[in-house]
Design a protein around this ligand. Structure first.
Ligand code: ATP
Ligand code: MG
Length: 159
């Protein structure tokens, strides 16, 4: 991902459900430590959706590898990168109101400034990444609007 990212952390987590709360708490604490506490909610949500998908994808291949989470910052934004060993790319699906899944990447798209994925040169699998927006207030407005337009199932990190 292009850009200058002087602040960096890395975590490797077992492909287990516990990876998600672990990653979320880590993101919240790191955002606070880097002076970006205003982006903590968004970072948590992005980590939660990307890690949930990564754990599911990692568990779909044999052998099951851990997942990897990097948090980077240019001191203004947070970049969240999640690696899993499954080469299948994420697919942003178009869902109807009744669908019970397929909303994770919709949320990622709504909350992030940009998101994407790439195949790393030196690893199998792929990295899915998202960049937080600078303005937390704008994110909250967008999220409220998103919830109004597309009623979402309750998720712990939506407030
Ligand atoms: N890391 C990933 N590896 C492989 N496929 C992925 C990955 N992330 C997402 N996908 C694919 O993209 C689809 C859409 O992901 P999305 O998060 O929007 O929905 P979901 O995970 O199916 O449901 P929800 O997040 O609402 O519980 C997934 O069903 C999966 O097929
Ligand atoms: Mg998902």
């Amino acid at each position: 991902m292009p850009g200058h990212w002087p602040l960096r952390t890395f975590l490797e987590l077992g492909a287990l459900p516990g990876a998600v709360p672990c990653g979320r708490l880590h993101a919240r604490l790191v955002a606070w430590e880097w002076g970006l506490a205003g982006q903590g909610d968004d970072a948590e949500l992005l980590v939660s959706e990307l890690l949930t998908n990564a754990v599911a994808a990692a568990r779909a291949v044999d052998p099951i590898f851990p997942v990897r989470l990097w948090l980077l910052s240019d001191t203004v934004h947070l970049a969240i990168l999640v690696w899993d060993a499954n080469p299948q790319p994420p697919v942003r699906t178009h869902i109807d109101d009744e669908a019970e899944s397929g909303r994770g990447l919709l949320l990622v798209e709504a909350v992030s400034q940009r998101w994407g994925w790439y195949t790393p040169r030196d690893m199998t699998g792929k990295v899915v990444w998202a960049l937080t927006r600078k303005l937390g207030a704008l994110c909250r407005t967008l999220r409220a609007e998103q919830a109004r337009v597309t009623p979402l199932p309750r998720r712990a990190c939506l407030r």
